[in-house]
Design a binder for this molecule. Structure first.
Ligand SMILES: Cc1cc2nc3c(=O)[nH]c(=O)nc-3n(C[C@H](O)[C@H](O)[C@H](O)COP(=O)(O)OP(=O)(O)OC[C@H]3O[C@@H](n4cnc5c(N)ncnc54)[C@H](O)[C@@H]3O)c2cc1C
Length: 512
């Protein structure tokens, strides 16, 4: 059997490589950076340790399934802790709301802030549960590119399917659904932030993405001891044990085709590696545009206009004194979400009064900072990079905006006095480090009431032999989805290869 090449060792690439190798495929993984894990990188300085990208892990069942491919138990590989509260929310008017892990307690806390919204939240979660079930049934664990891939309406039309289609609420946005169920602006703002996991505006994203609320409330928010970095490290270990040939510092500049089918990849150093099948974990649009080109790129580009999701600025602050009033995960909300989303998603400008997400992981793992200190991570979403935006020039003023906001709304007036280590990540850094589309953190935006949730499918329709894995391919961005994307790409490839590798492996095992 010929070798399968995986381009990129982010969570999507690692997940694909592990799944393929576990099923008996010979896999080579080529990663342009010196580390694996892509955005799930780590920064260590003067006794502080920061996860540089993702900090919130949800849906561990996805990781469980990937480890199970190799007969491993997730909890033997990674020490996961369930967090409560899931988020602590700070508002401009001084209110503080904890999103509790237990949905009944979450509803009670919401009721204390806004009595009529206790029932409204429960109604919203009923809808979210239904939408999450529909996603599980029609959208997850298989390659999907458009509506017709989700369900075969002709073959399966039944009352149950019709009811599932109705549940999708295709006429409604995330914000529209939330507005229907809850009245208090602060509660609505918290619920709207579930959609920030996919870097899109709740005012433009399809209601089906309300299902994300259930994926978090129903399945928990988890912290891997060692940080989210523990996830790619565990996958890298597994890939090594399964015999994946891993080459870091090895960028790919071209995918070659023969009679339209993938035949080889060419590295930036000029090496040509034959490959009957290729999984690309590079941004999907850039894969077609830069690695493939020609008619396949033209055909991909004309199927649909693809817009990048949002970008962001991260400040990594090592503090000599901790802020004990912070939970592990916190949101400090903007005064006006509509003004904020209009800036980021419509005008393409950083919001003047932004929402800041803060991670204070020493609540769960004190070792991330020297004793009594805090490894504070602050993320503010910004637009993807527009022409003329120079973040080297824009950062100092925006840093001031962020710190002022935290002083005003989160009881952190003396923040600057506590800083002993400071590093940052701008949209331009994200663009350069991870080779993404215009600095996008979360791949492609999920905008559009009907098609918003659909991303490029995992099996290329343009190039036989090419598979896509990662946050800019189906089912989308965020740790669990990028991991699932890698699994789907691998599973689809394996099926296309006739599942021969699995059959071979089963015969080998039986013979032992
Ligand atoms: C600041 C930040 C905060 C986030 N917070 C969260 C969060 O709290 N929770 C959550 O679930 N998600 C979060 N995310 C999103 C999450 O990190 C991503 O969706 C996920 O990690 C994407 O994985 P991926 O495999 O798609 O891509 P990437 O991590 O981008 O990996 C792609 C890899 O491919 C490599 N590559 C690209 N081109 C080539 C080439 N030509 N040749 C060889 N290699 C190549 C890149 O170097 C990279 O290593 C966050 C992201 C960021 C940046």
């Amino acid at each position: 059997m010929s070798r399968t090449i995986v381009i990129g060792g982010g969570l999507g690439g690692l997940s694909a490589a592990c799944t393929l190798a576990a099923r008996g495929h010979a896999v080579t993984l080529l990663e342009r950076n010196e580390w694996l894990g892509g955005k799930a990188a780590v920064l260590e300085e003067d006794g502080f340790r920061f996860d540089m990208g993702p900090t919130i892990l949800t849906m561990p069942r996805v990781l469980e399934r990937i480890f199970a491919e190799a007969g491993r138990g997730l909890h033997d590989e990674i020490d996961l802790r369930r967090l409560d509260p899931q988020w602590r929310c700070f508002y401009e008017d001084g209110a503080v709301l904890d999103l509790k892990d237990d949905p009944a307690e979450a509803a009670k806390a919401i009721g204390e802030l806004s009595p009529e919204d206790r029932a409204g939240f429960e109604r919203f979660m009923d809808v979210a549960r239904r939408l999450s079930d529909v996603s599980d049934k029609f959208f997850f664990w298989k390659t999907v590119e458009d509506l017709k891939d989700t369900m075969n309406l002709k073959a399966n039309m039944s009352l149950a399917t019709l009811s599932d289609v109705m549940a999708l609420r295709m006429h409604r946005t995330v914000a529209g659904q939330i507005k229907k169920d809850v009245k208090d602006k602060r509660v609505a703002q918290m619920l709207e932030h579930f959609i920030q996991y996919v870097g899109s505006s709740p005012l433009a994203s399809p209601a089906v993405l309300c299902g994300i609320a259930q994926m978090q409330q129903g399945e928990g928010v988890w912290y891997p001891m060692g940080g989210t970095r523990a996830v790619p490290l565990a996958l890298e270990r597994l890939a090594g044990e399964l015999g994946v040939d891993i080459r870091t510092g090895c960028g790919v500049s071209r995918i070659e085709t023969e009679n339209g089918r993938t035949s080889a990849v060419v590295t930036e150093a000029g090496e040509r590696i034959p490959a009957e099948r290729v999984v690309s974990n590079m941004d999907s649009v850039r894969t077609y545009r830069e690695l493939i080109g020609g008619d396949a790129w033209k055909s991909f580009a004309k199927t649909r206009k693809r817009e990048p999701a949002c970008s962001g600025v991260v400040l990594y602050l090592g503090l000599d004194r901790a802020y004990e009033h912070l939970a592990h995960h916190n949101f400090v909300f903007s005064r006006d979400p509509e003004e904020e989303f209009a800036a980021i998603y419509d005008r393409g400008e950083p919001a003047q009064d932004p929402t800041a997400y803060l991670a204070a992981p020493s609540r769960t793992e004190p070792g991330v900072a020297p004793e009594g200190g805090e490894a504070l991570y602050i993320l503010v979403h910004t637009p993807y990079i527009r022409d003329g935006q120079d973040w080297a020039k824009m950062l100092p003023a925006y840093r001031r905006t962020i710190l002022d906001k935290l002083g005003r709304c989160a009881g952190m007036e003396d923040l600057e006095e506590r800083i002993v280590v400071e590093r940052s990540l701008t949209p331009q850094d994200i663009h350069d480090r991870y080779n993404v589309l215009q600095g996008a953190i979360y791949g492609l935006a999920s905008h559009g009431k009907v098609l918003g949730a659909f991303k490029p499918g995992n099996r290329s329709r343009q190039v036989p032999g090419l598979y896509l894995a990662g946050g800019s391919a189906h089912p989308g961005p965020g740790m669990p989805m990028a991991l699932m994307s890698g699994w789907i790409a691998a599973d689809t490839l394996d099926q296309d290869a006739g599942g021969a590798a699995v059959a071979d492996r089963r015969t080998d095992v039986a013979a032992e």
